[in-house]
Design a binder for this molecule. Structure first.
Ligand SMILES: O=C(O)C1=C[C@@H](OP(=O)(O)O)[C@@H](O)[C@H](O)C1
Ligand SMILES: C=C(OP(=O)(O)O)C(=O)O
Length: 648
């Protein structure tokens, strides 16, 4: 389990992503197949934590199933008879789509069951479902807190009501669960929703899948009628659609990163409500196209995303993606009618507000709404994910704001999308970096600056940052051994790069940082890990669209280990001494070539032998020896490498 994942700033997004199976469909189909008569062959089933919990539970209940291919399963239905195992303890993680429907189904069977989940599951309400099931004679006890899991389920007592009432304003999953369990009663019954029903498309999904398994309910005015006759029968074969909520991250990436990005596995004919996320993107000005089984999204024609004010009750999961997209809209955006966020994997309204603020947004948080005002520029942040897969996936999109985004506990995506980070990397291209490392006086400064100019990219002279710290330290009389003080100085340094001038607290120090004194101090300061760490974020901040040429000693090894092109620029010590000699003479200074050579050798040794980030040629770096070639030739050679890699 890695503690965090650093996502580099994103340059663009393009390509296509094959979606994993829908969580909501996978778990419904597994349960319906278990209850049905006959075998059901399920294809494209999602592999994720939530589905694993359902599969384990069915197995524990004595339902037989086998895996027949990578995502293919066969479930042997129990034909409406009670599940073979009459006493079981089930652990259902944080899977709402397993916990709620299994509660309903087991409450109408004839056994003793205990249902538990992760601690957060025990904070997610289930009282409205239990209330409804009790009207049908279910005997359910709360094992800890009234209204919440864990639950103990006992055999039901016979009752003969004709109508059962259920509330649907906390979660639609309660109604879905109850509806799926109705055929177990074997008699006509009407379900009446009391008050508001939220997340409606999920109920439509439930009805559609029940119909595939032979049970059609009649819906009229918020009442659902079961005729008492229909029984679940296997349709033989079921293909699970791609997950429409998972699609939202890639569609948004297409919009924020130019696109087009196509998702495959959902489209016009999808049963899932979250395909309507595409409409929301269109409302923002994005270009969207949809086929039977695919959706494609690109940036707006004029590149500008309109701010929005939308009721998102019908797409509660994909709506989270819009909250992060709001960071890129022109003006404040309002997400309304999202109160259910408070009782999901975490309190998503609070979590979203907290993490968006870390990026610099101004966020107003209400009981069931968010108003998000983007900042002028996003600021890099470490995003907490609260064991919520969607927090991790949504916030990966912040990388389109020209910043590094650190996602804490990135494996939480396993709940519904274990391969998310691989798929993300296949669609989202980072801002490219050419990392040029090499010893002193190898010519890397001039070569890198010219290359950056030629490419129209940003340029980082990382050595200048160390020199700036050195100059500031010398001026304050700080010892070059005082690592802690120097690190603080490095962190708080007021530096501005303006064209080819470098300003320290407003003063132009472009020449002042080039003296031999400052050079020597910079080299001594650079051995401190604390100083290097303090300068890391400052260096990474140079990575902005369209690209960066960075030069120094640890660009390829430490600062930009993922650089698309790494170059080790070097020259013989004789040639470097000569170059330095000429530079000094040109400036009207006196110098000894012998001394310069000795100094260079000493400096090389120090840089090579220091414990932290020593000067080295990365195994994946291309070596360019400039002993016998000029600057222009060196630039040309690297430019060619950039081109052959398709970076420019
Ligand atoms: O029925 C379903 O499959 C789901 C319903 C929604 O929950 P609510 O009805 O609680 O909003 C949704 O958020 C969840 O991810 C899946
Ligand atoms: C709310 C979600 O999950 P659950 O099915 O556990 O309710 C979700 O996946 O966003």
């Amino acid at each position: 389990m890695s503690a965090f994942l650093d996502l580099p700033p994103a340059r663009c997004a393009q390509g296509s992503a094959r979606l994993p199976g829908s969580k909501s469909i996978s778990n419904r189909v597994l349960l319906l197949a278990a209850l049905a008569e006959g075998d059901t062959h399920i294809h494209d089933l999602l592999h994720s934590d939530d589905v694993a919990r359902m599969l384990e539970a069915l197995e524990a209940l004595g339902v037989r199933w086998e895996r027949t291919g990578a995502h293919d399963y066969v479930v042997h239905g129990t034909a409406g008879a009670p599940f073979p195992v009459r006493e079981a303890e089930l652990f259902l993680g944080n899977a709402g789509t397993a916990f709620r429907p299994l509660t309903a189904v087991l409450a109408l069977m004839d056994g003793e069951y205990r249902l538990r989940g992760v601690p957060r599951m025990h904070e997610r309400p289930i009282g409205d479902l239990v209330e409804a099931l009790r009207q049908l004679g279910a005997r359910i006890d709360y094992l800890e807190n009234e209204g919440y899991p864990p639950l103990a389920i006992h055999p039901p007592a016979p009752v003969s009501v004709e109508t059962v009432r259920i509330r649907g304003n906390v979660s639609s999953q309660f109604l879905s669960a109850l509806l799926m369990a109705l055929p177990l009663l074997g008699r006509p019954i009407t379900v009446e929703v009391v008050g508001e029903l939220i997340s409606r498309p999920y109920v439509a999904l439930t009805l559609a899948l029940m119909a595939r398994f032979g049970v059609e309910l009649v819906e009229r005015d918020g009442r659902f009628h079961y005729d008492g006759q229909a029984r679940y029968r296997s349709p033989g074969e079921v293909y699970v659609e791609g997950d429409a909520s998972s699609a939202s991250y890639f569609l948004a990436a297409g919009v924020l990163g130019g696109g087009p990005v196509r998702v495959e596995g959902v489209g016009r004919t999808s049963l899932q409500g979250d395909v309507r996320f595409a409409e929301a993107l269109e409302a923002l000005g994005a270009r969207v196209a949809m086929g039977e089984n695919w959706i494609e999204a690109s940036a707006p024609e004029n590149g500008r995303l309109r701010a929005f004010d939308l009721d998102l009750n019908h797409i509660p999961d994909a709506a989270m993606t819009l909250a992060v997209v709001a960071l890129f809209c022109e003006g404040p955006s309002r997400l309304r009618h999202i109160g259910s966020w408070r009782v999901k994997e975490t309190d998503r309204i609070a979590a979203m507000a907290t993490e968006l603020r870390k990026l610099g947004a101004t966020v107003e948080e209400g009981p069931d709404f968010l108003v998000i005002t983007p900042p002028e520029r996003l600021q890099p942040a470490a995003i907490a994910t609260y064991d919520d897969h969607r927090m991790a996936m949504c916030f990966s999109l912040a990388a389109f704001g020209d910043i590094y985004v650190r996602i804490l506990e990135p494996e939480c995506v396993n709940k519904t999308f274990p391969e998310y980070w691989q798929v993300y990397r296949s669609v989202v291209r980072p801002v490219p970096v050419v990392a040029i490392d090499g010893p002193t006086a190898s010519g890397k400064g001039t070569v890198a600056a010219r290359l950056a100019e030629r490419l129209g990219w940003h340029y980082l002279d990382s050595g200048a940052l160390y020199r700036l710290v050195a100059l500031a330290a010398l001026r304050r009389g700080l010892a070059t051994e005082d690592a802690a003080m120097l690190a603080r100085l490095a962190r708080d340094l007021d530096v501005r790069f303006s064209g080819d001038r470098i300003l320290l607290a407003g003063e132009d120090v472009t020449e002042a940082i080039r003296t031999e004194d400052v050079s020597a101090a910079a080299s001594r300061i650079a051995v401190h890990g604390t100083v290097r760490e303090a300068l890391l974020a400052r260096q990474r901040a140079f990575r902005r669209r369209p690209g960066l040429v960075a030069e120094g000693r640890d660009m390829g090894s430490v600062v930009f280990p993922d650089a698309e092109l790494k170059v080790f620029l070097t020259a013989s010590v004789e040639v470097r001494a000569e170059r330095r000699f000429k530079q000094l003479i040109d400036k009207g200074m006196s110098a000894s070539i012998e001394r310069l050579r000795e100094e260079l050798e000493a400096r090389d040794r120090r840089d090579r032998e220091r414990a932290i980030a020593p000067l080295q040629q990365c195994p994946d770096a291309l070596r360019l020896d400039t002993s016998h070639i000029g600057v222009e030739e060196a630039v040309e050679a690297i430019f060619d490498w950039v081109r052959t890699r398709g970076l420019a």
